[in-house]
Design a protein around this ligand. Structure first.
Ligand SMILES: NC(=O)c1ccc[n+]([C@@H]2O[C@H](COP(=O)([O-])OP(=O)(O)OC[C@H]3O[C@@H](n4cnc5c(N)ncnc54)[C@H](OP(=O)(O)O)[C@@H]3O)[C@@H](O)[C@H]2O)c1
Length: 343
């Protein structure tokens, strides 16, 4: 079988440019014992894909280098199995290549959750949903008494974390770019307030919407948005740092918009903690059960922004950086099986 794969050509620093990747035709390998040959169906494009392409040591846990196949989370179908517990036709989710066919260790993937649409395995029941739950529940310990703010609230992770907080009874304000996203936050997610950071004074709006102060901030953005939130925190607030996307296209970590108001952490005795989706491994079953319950009760929903064709992956990654994605960005690399994920 002929394969096509996105190969890293060079480190991408500063503004992301798709020429750090090259699409190549190559032969498909045969799985060795313990491995699977997967056909990619949905490939998740993530802000962190952009970070990995910097090839910086601190964010390059997978040892990517020029010449490597780019990697990401994907939903795939097993074409050939050399691993116990998997057989041809199984649908799986996990780390894979930006390619049509991937050879992966079976330990890198799990079978998809049955009875939910296939793409929901890259939104709610994935690194996205688990990051939302880890930050909002595991790190933030969200309570009904909280005044919660979420940045990039209309995005994949932000929208799920905001819905978790709403489901737990908190008052939730979302920050996002543009009027359509503000409407989505109020009308579709049922949030208590929305701020368009592109046209509004975020700090002034927060002062009006959160007069008693923000008690929990789920931050996906950093930069100027974080600075505005810092000035509106309640004493003893918590900040769960999920990401800092405003900085991902910066040339290095020290230029651009530095956070200026960190002294507020001292004055207001605030705890600020970063986290990774899989970090609280012992709590994943609990997070998974809560996400599934909320999903089945219709209390959390997710949007998928699907672009067809592996050849579009390198260009499409720009959408998460410009905010043009409407929900979880993914590439449909090959067609899903007809009956997959029927609920
Ligand atoms: N810690 C973890 O394990 C983990 C796991 C998954 C994701 N994350 C992080 O979570 C964040 C969201 O990721 P996602 O996958 O859910 O993507 P997403 O929110 O669906 O897409 C990214 C969104 O970020 C916003 N954005 C981009 N540049 C911005 C800027 N300069 N200032 C303000 N907003 C900006 C855009 O929305 P607007 O239109 O609102 O600007 C864009 O739609 C990222 O920081 C990512 O690194 C972390």
């Amino acid at each position: 079988m002929d394969n096509k794969a996105w190969i890293i050509t060079k480190a991408s620093r500063g503004k992301y440019a798709p020429d750090c990747l090259r699409l190549e035709m190559r032969p498909t390998a045969t799985p060795q014992p313990g491995q699977l040959l997967l056909r990619t169906i949905y490939l998740s494009l993530d802000p962190t894909s952009r970070n990995w392409l910097k090839l910086e040591p601190s964010s390059n846990v997978f040892g990517l280098a020029p010449g490597s196949v780019m990697i990401g989370q994907a939903i795939s179908q097993v074409e050939e199995s050399a691993a116990a517990g998997f057989e041809k036709g199984d649908l799986v989710v996990g780390m894979s290549g930006w390619e049509l066919y991937s050879i992966v260790p079976a330990a890198f993937v799990n079978k998809v959750k049955a009875g939910v649409p296939l793409e929901t395995n890259t939104t709610i029941f994935s690194h996205i949903g688990y990051a939302a739950a880890t930050g909002m529940i595991g790190i933030g310990n969200v309570q009904a008494s909280d005044t919660v703010v979420v940045s990039a609230a209309a995005g994949a992770t932000g929208s799920i974390s905001a819905q978790i907080a709403k489901a737990r009874g908190a008052r939730v304000i979302g920050i996002a770019g543009g009027p359509e996203k503000s409407r989505f936050l109020i009308d579709e997610l049922g949030l208590d307030g929305a701020i368009d950071y592109k046209t509004q004074d975020v700090s002034a709006e927060l002062a009006v919407l959160c007069p008693q102060g923000i008690t929990l901030f789920f931050d996906n953005v950093g930069g100027a948005v974080l600075d505005a939130v810092l000035m509106n925190l309640a004493h003893g607030a918590r900040i769960a740092v999920c990401g800092q996307i405003a900085l991902y296209d910066s040339d290095d970590r020290h230029d651009g918009q530095g956070v200026r108001n960190l002294m507020e952490l001292v004055f207001r005795t605030v705890r600020m903690e970063g986290f990774l989706a899989g970090q609280q491994a012992d709590r994943v079953p609990e997070f998974d059960a809560e996400l599934e319950r909320l999903y089945r009760e219709g209390r959390i929903a997710s949007r998928a922004h699907i672009i067809k064709g592996l050849e579009n992956a390198a260009d499409a990654l720009t959408l998460v950086l410009s905010g043009e994605n409407k929900g979880k960005l993914m590439i449909e690399v090959s067609p899903p099986p007809a009956a997959a994920g029927d609920g």
